[in-house]
Design a protein around this ligand. Structure first.
Ligand code: CS2
Length: 496
């Protein structure tokens, strides 16, 4: 392999590699993105690359990492260029993305990031900082005022460390300078993501100063979005494969499936790029899209992640290759999740679900169950707990959702079925493990102990005997028979 991907290497790339259809050096930053991980680089940055390619030169991205310098260090020597490898059973298509015109590492250059966010040419701040990055209580969607990062941001607001802290400080600086506020566009899988982030950010602003709180609540737009593309973490094998195909090294390519969807509430007081020209759906109400996606895709994903990991499957495609798992996913979607949805107009939900299951089967993506299993305490409320709550209120059965939640409980207890330690990544991991250790491997003790985690289940569900009973029975089955056998039995059980 010779050399490194860069602007000067573009001309020498193989003809099949698609490259920026615009003058990369002339593109101007109009969007700041917080959290430039693989998902952003395979999703929003690609739409904006298309926008730049259509001649709208003012919408390039300044991408900030709030913690690790790794992305910046990988892409700086490449002039910010990186490869998107779109993979499916039909093969691979490579495309070099140029939209990431600036890279910033927040802890290394906080002033530069704040100055960029306060620049009047920046009209939108997008975010993918994962669910836990908003420092909120997932059960209530309100700011966790005791969160160490929030306390630090209140103690030293000019030197923030959290995403809400950066937003508040940058909005305060714009306000002080008489610059209209940017629009905040959350692209994480939170419920009602715009409204949730608005609540969190306005509260943090209000804790700093009442006027600032009123300003954020009254003057800043937080449109909601639904984002969808399956983007597994990049591996060294991906790097090697991309380098082989490019004929030069790319330190951090991203691999993704062909499917991509972005649904956005159309509320941008400072203007926006012509997103409709590049396939973004601009709608008045994102909620029906969000529920459909968070429950049918992400709810199924979490179910496969916990139970699949326990049953010894490393990747989602391996899980889907097991007929019992595939049947369980289908039944969970059809019998218990779909009935909770108010479908977006014109959507054929049967076709949506069968396309989803094909996406899960994508043989060219190595999407690890362990990766999806991360941060369950932040993900379960919107994916599985909310639909269970709605079904209970309607008197409908919840056996399959309860089984999925029991899979999470078995996983966060921290031991696999051979007795080995599971590397459980979750902001609540230590507390979950302590609860599990104290309860021991007995469903009658373990289920109520974990149901008491209010951030996940609220105050209502642990007290509902239908919910507690179903989760306890499912956990008992998993503990007694093992995940694979429990899945086989549950997938065949008569519909409740
Ligand atoms: C996954 C999502 O890791 C996870 O929790 O469920 O990242 C999922 O792949 C995306 O939301 C797909 O759009």
């Amino acid at each position: 392999m010779t050399g490194r991907l860069s602007l000067s290497a573009l001309a020498g790339l193989p003809a099949a590699v698609r490259r920026p259809a615009y003058d990369v050096a002339a593109a101007q930053v109009g969007v700041v993105h917080l959290g430039v991980g693989a998902f952003h680089r395979a999703h929003q940055a690609v739409y904006l690359d298309d926008i730049l390619g259509r001649g709208h030169a003012g919408w390039a991205v300044a991408g900030a990492s709030l913690r690790s310098p790794a992305t910046s260090d990988a892409l700086d020597p490449q002039d910010g260029l990186y490869t998107l490898a779109v993979r499916s059973g039909a093969g691979e298509e490579l495309r070099v993305i140029g939209a990431l015109r600036r890279r910033l590492v927040a802890p290394r250059e906080p002033e530069a990031l704040l100055a960029t966010m306060a620049d009047p040419r920046v009209r939108i701040v997008t975010l993918t900082v994962t669910e836990k990055g908003y420092c909120h209580d997932p059960a209530t969607g309100t700011l966790d005022e005791a969160h160490p990062d929030i306390r630090a941001d209140l103690a030293d607001p000019g030197r923030p460390c959290s995403a809400p802290g950066y937003l508040v400080e940058a909005l305060a600086r714009r306000r002080a300078a008489g610059i209209a506020p940017f629009t905040v566009l959350c692209c994480d899988n939170l419920p009602a993501n715009g409204r949730t982030v608005a609540r969190v950010v306005a509260r943090l602003a209000a804790l700093r100063d009442g006027d600032l709180g009123r300003f954020v609540a009254g003057e800043v737009a937080f449109p909601s979005t639904m984002v969808d593309r399956i983007v597994p973490a990049t591996t060294d094998a991906d790097r090697a494969q991309v380098a082989q195909a490019l004929g030069c090294d790319d330190a951090w390519p991203v691999a993704a499936e062909p499917f991509s969807q972005w649904v956005v509430e159309d509320h941008f007081p400072l203007g926006r790029p012509p997103l409709e020209e590049v396939g973004v759906e601009l709608v008045a109400d994102v909620a029906p899209f969000e529920h459909m996606k968070l429950r049918l895709l992400n709810g199924a994903h979490s179910t496969m992640a916990y139970l699949g990991y326990l049953a010894g499957h490393a990747h989602i495609s391996d899980v889907m290759a097991q007929p019992a798992f595939a049947r369980l996913v289908e039944r969970l979607q059809d019998e218990e999740l779909t009935p909770t949805l108010h479908l977006p107009p014109g959507v054929d939900v049967a076709a949506y679900k069968s396309a989803l299951r094909e996406r899960f089967r994508n043989p060219a993506l190595q999407h690890r169950t362990w990766q999806i299993a991360m941060d369950g305490s932040q993900k379960l409320p919107q994916r599985l707990v909310a639909p269970a709550r709605e079904r209970l209120a309607a008197g409908a059965p919840i056996a399959l959702i309860a089984f999925a939640i029991a899979g999470w409980m078995r996983y966060v207890a921290g031991r696999d079925e051979a007795g080995g330690a599971i590397d459980v990544r979750d902001p609540l991991a230590a507390r979950l493990k302590a609860l599990a250790d104290e309860a021991g491997p007995d469903a009658a003790r373990l289920a109520p102990a974990l149901l008491g985690v209010r951030e996940v289940f609220g105050a209502d569900l642990p007290a509902d005997p239908r919910f507690a009973g179903a989760v306890t029975a499912a956990l008992d089955l998993i503990l007694r028979e093992g995940a694979a056998a429990a899945v086989a039995r549950t997938a065949q059980a008569p519909a409740a």
